[in-house]
Design a protein around this ligand. Structure first.
Ligand SMILES: *Cc1c(COP(=O)(O)O)cnc(C)c1O
Length: 353
């Protein structure tokens, strides 16, 4: 069997959820959209089911999967619904749709529902991606209440720059949100992971931690006490000696500067390890640091074993996890850990804890 695996530590996931909720206070939706950021939504949600106050996914198909797995906790639909039929299903399944634009309000007004909905009105407090402008919030809220189709209307917003604690932008978004919702009843939810870790002013009734649940710190250079959840690893399946001057792999991106012992690892970009990863990016071979060399192929990649004489065929290679923070790999590729984690596929998943 091909040795490429993603090991998912559910104990670490629970630890991180508790840390997020303790830090914020109140309740917390565990954000498990995109297959729990690539970690496997159903096993992750089952691991949190006894403790989590609720879950958040992007859209209804992701929520249906959780209901079918027997999850009864509240599930927030962060993107809301796309058509009226989904409102019916949301009502039947007890899902909590976000309402972020006028067409969704209209859909609610026009659709006969089996039971009133628990909705979250999304305020555009400055990210300008989705949500009602501050001046339109009261009217949208009123329409939802008058429609008689809602049993509760909470208010949420999302931050554009919470991962830059020094930026004024988040404080401004909070002020705008508070003004727009002043005096309106209903629960509030502002904070994503970065705001949970850096912005107590954003704490309200519900937090929405995502990336921090998976142990990746949204604020670079800070140690918040999070534990990595996914270890992406494979094994060395072949070893080769290169003479100085010999090229390695596609495009001959790497040319051996010295006699070089190369380990071939059974994992590639089709498994989610980015093709753009540069030479020199760290991996851990049997627990010891080594460097990626040569361009990552679809199914394979190559590492420098020259300084690790003990390493050889069958040595375990960690691409990220306990020893190599996924954030470090993301940084060297010029992306964020979110993208790396939710792109993991094709490898064998093993959940434990
Ligand atoms: C994805 C998402 C979150 C979680 O964000 P993290 O940065 O992963 O904590 C929270 N709120 C909304 C609206 C989201 O789309």
């Amino acid at each position: 069997m091909r040795p490429a695996r993603a090991l998912i530590n559910l104990e670490a996931l629970r630890h991180n959820y508790h840390l997020a909720r303790e830090r914020h206070g109140g309740r917390a939706f565990a954000v498990v959209k995109a297959n729990a950021y690539g970690h496997g939504a159903v096993p992750c949600v089952r691991a949190l089911a006894a403790t989590a106050d609720g879950f958040a996914v992007a859209f209804i198909d992701e929520a249906r999967e959780l209901r079918e797995a027997g999850i009864t906790a509240p599930i927030l639909l962060l993107e809301g619904v796309f058509e009226a039929a989904e409102l019916l299903e949301a009502s039947r399944l007890g899902l909590w749709p976000a309402v972020h634009h006028a067409a969704q309000v209209e859909m609610i007004e026009k659709t006969a529902l089996p039971a009133p909905l628990y909705v979250w009105l999304k305020v555009n407090s400055g990210m300008n991606r989705c949500g009602f402008l501050p001046g339109a919030v009261r009217q949208a809220w009123k329409r939802l209440v008058v429609s008689g189709k809602t049993q509760h209307c909470g208010f949420m917003t999302h931050f554009a720059r919470a991962d830059e604690p020094e930026a004024e932008a988040t404080a401004a978004q909070i002020r705008i949100f508070d003004e727009a919702t002043h005096g309106l009843p209903g629960e509030k939810s502002l904070a994503n992971s970065a705001a949970i870790l850096s912005c107590p002013n954003a704490y309200r009734d519900w937090a929405r931690p995502g990336i921090m649940l998976y142990g990746a710190d949204p604020l670079p250079g800070e140690d918040a006490g999070l534990l990595p959840v996914m270890t992406l690893e494979s094994r060395i399946v072949a070893v080769r000696e290169l003479a100085a001057g010999q090229p390695l792999g596609y495009g001959a991106r790497f040319v051996a500067p010295r006699p070089t012992r190369v380990g071939l690892v059974a994992l590639g970009y089709a498994d989610g390890y980015p093709r753009a990863t540069p030479d020199g990016t760290l991996v851990a071979v049997d627990g010891l640091f080594a460097a990626l060399i040569g361009r990552v192929s679809m199914d394979m990649l190559t590492v420098d074993l020259t300084d690790l004489p003990e390493a050889g065929i069958d040595s375990t290679v960690e691409l990220w996890g306990e020893r190599i923070p996924v954030g470090t790999v993301a940084q060297s590729v010029g992306t964020i850990p979110y993208e790396l984690l939710c792109n993991v596929k094709r490898v064998a998943f093993e959940w434990h804890g």
